[in-house]
Ligand binder design. Structure first.
Ligand code: NCD
Length: 307
């Protein structure tokens, strides 16, 4: 079964994945490896740089018994002009059960899923979106939700701010779909140039003043400014951004004592978050990474499931 985004998943499907991930937490570390995916092969197709997501998928696959194949375009036939779809179909022809795709083009995983649907031998192959352009990053959304649920005991009724570059953030989009489905109040906060007004259609509140919303937040998820996706300047300077939207010790003191600080990583220390906050007791940034492995075990098991 594919996982292209959280938009198409029901509340029960999301909760089911979070529950399955709870069952996988600690597998391969605190408890023995499992064999849920023994004999299965997972191919990682990463067309964009990645540290956490790629390694996390690989580790998740291995800890539930799957074999992994790692592809990156550097040093491959992509340099000889082979298309993304052809490369993927060739890798699948080697005998693969699921492909994990990261691509700078929004819609690349969906394109692959549509192609696979046309060809008999590829119809059973699950496509998992590991981040496509500014569109979606469903496993990041799930691991953020998992971490919130773990630390706060629930998601429903919480006020959760997504702060920063909402416009270019696939993490923001997946958080918005997942969190609103599970009954959270979501606030998108950032400079007017980086918060698209369309997010309001999903029931999201728009804010441009972090200090004003700070005391209401149960969770603050600090998104990285996606400099690589910005074609022009969206704010005067990095220093100005940090001053107005960066999470620092002073802001933390004005927030709820129990506020949970999240960041998908990579973090830019001193831009969206200062080191004292990133490494402080309110931060769950490294828990997110730990939880991400369990979440991806659950997602890969679903992806390899043949109905
Ligand atoms: C994010 C991504 O690549 O979308 N990182 C991640 O997967 N942990 C966020 C980012 O790059 O800022």
């Amino acid at each position: 079964m594919h996982l292209l985004g959280l938009e198409s998943l029901s509340r029960d499907e999301i909760t089911g994945l979070l529950d399955a991930a709870t069952d996988f937490l600690g597998v391969g570390r605190d408890t023995p490896k499992r064999t849920d995916l023994a004999g299965k092969v997972i191919a990682n197709l990463f067309y964009e740089p990645s540290t956490r997501t790629r390694l996390s998928f690989t580790l998740a696959a291995r800890r539930v018994g799957a074999e992994t194949l790692d592809f990156s375009p550097g040093g491959s036939s992509t340099a000889k002009g082979e298309s993304f779809v052809d490369t993927a179909r060739n890798i699948v022809a080697m005998g693969v059960d699921a492909v994990v795709v990261r691509h700078s083009s929004s819609g690349a995983p969906k394109l692959l899923a549509d192609q696979f649907a046309r060809h008999l031998r590829e119809q059973h192959v699950g496509v998992v979106n590991a981040g496509d352009g500014a569109h979606a990053h469903p496993t990041q959304g799930l691991l953020d939700m998992f971490t919130i649920r773990q630390r706060k005991g629930r998601i429903e009724g919480l006020t959760i701010a997504l702060v920063g570059d909402i416009l270019h953030s696939r993490v923001a989009r997946s958080n918005i779909h997942g969190l609103t489905k599970l009954g959270a109040k979501v606030i998108a906060c950032g400079p007017p140039t980086l918060v698209p007004p369309e997010v309001a259609q999903f029931g999201v509140e728009i804010a441009h003043d972090l200090d004003a919303i700070l005391p209401r937040c149960d969770v603050i998820n600090l998104l990285r400014v996606q400099f690589e996706r910005q074609r022009s300047a969206f704010f005067p300077s990095v220093g100005e951004y940090a001053h107005v939207f960066g999470m620092n010790g002073d802001r933390l003191r004005r927030a709820d004592k129990e506020v949970l600080i999240l960041a998908p990583g990579p973090i830019n220390r001193g831009v969206e978050i200062t080191p004292d906050v990133a490494d402080g007791p309110n931060s769950a940034i490294l828990d997110q990474v730990t939880n991400g492995v369990a979440v991806r075990m659950a997602v890969l098991k679903r992806a390899c499931h043949r109905p």
